[in-house]
Design a protein around this ligand. Sequence first.
Ligand code: BDR
Ligand code: CA
Length: 319
Amino acid sequence: MAPLIVDCDTGIDDALALLYLLRDPAVDLRAVTTVFGNVDAATAADNTLRVLELAGRADIPVAVGARSNWRGTVDLAPHVHGADGLGDVGLPAPSATPVAEPAAELIVRTARENPGNLHLLAVGPLTNLATALLLEPELPRLVSHVTIMGGAVHHPGNVTPVAEANIHNDPEAADIVLRAGWDVTLVPLDVTMAEALTESAQRRLVDAGTAISSFAARILDHYLGFYERDVFGVRRAACHDPLAAGIAVGDVALETAPVVDVVVETGEGPARGATIADTRGQYRGYPAREGAHVRVVLRTAGGFADRLVDRLCAPEAAE
Ligand code: BDR
Ligand code: CA
């Protein structure tokens, strides 16, 4: 499989996405870079190192990236992911530390070392990717594909009526990234809200009894609490970052995924952070417009949440 870098703001669903990838021996995860978002960028790196260690992959380098957005502000989400970003379940502190190289520089260097081959999976605000584009304008040619969890196309937003958190956290960066001339797959709320993690998933994780499944069950408990309280009214959680990870590595059948133009609203009004995708071709089978380069996933075949749980329940080597 192509070498992969995950850029994330390690909260609960980022951690589940990382574990999903780490449990597949075919995935060549070269590095993880972190960005502010669910937590600050340093905490995201610390959380990532904890998760890598849990999965026996402390050898994977972790680089800290943007500590704030293009404007220098942050808006963290402890109400969703807990004060520590991982549901406050006390996952042991890591023995490794982040590398000295800043996230955007690590992305550029790895792309130059693997020209035309590197896949980027971004599941946090897009500040690091936008910075990498400024450092290396040839990046779209050096990178084979970018998969992004973000945006809300025909679905309401989750932090404003129209904006999704990763995009809303840094609309200017998101606009730069989505306009750059690389092949992008955008995985918006339209599909991530439709993949449900439920109490029965949590029970399966508890019953499997491995170190990874037990950790996943405990952080899922926190996540289900947020979704019950603030979103669905029942214990059912969305599967944002894991679904994007599954799509990035080709594990998910896409039913509706037109290649269209996408721009991000960067104005000050109520639409700030909205992702405006030109999906007007829906009655004609979405004919691709020349130059369009963002594949927007609007419907998948479903069933991914079960496969995520299967993967997290798989026996671990030492057990
Ligand atoms: C996205 O925002 C973050 O809270 C999640 O980790 C996910 O990447 C969902 O809007
Ligand atoms: Ca995330």
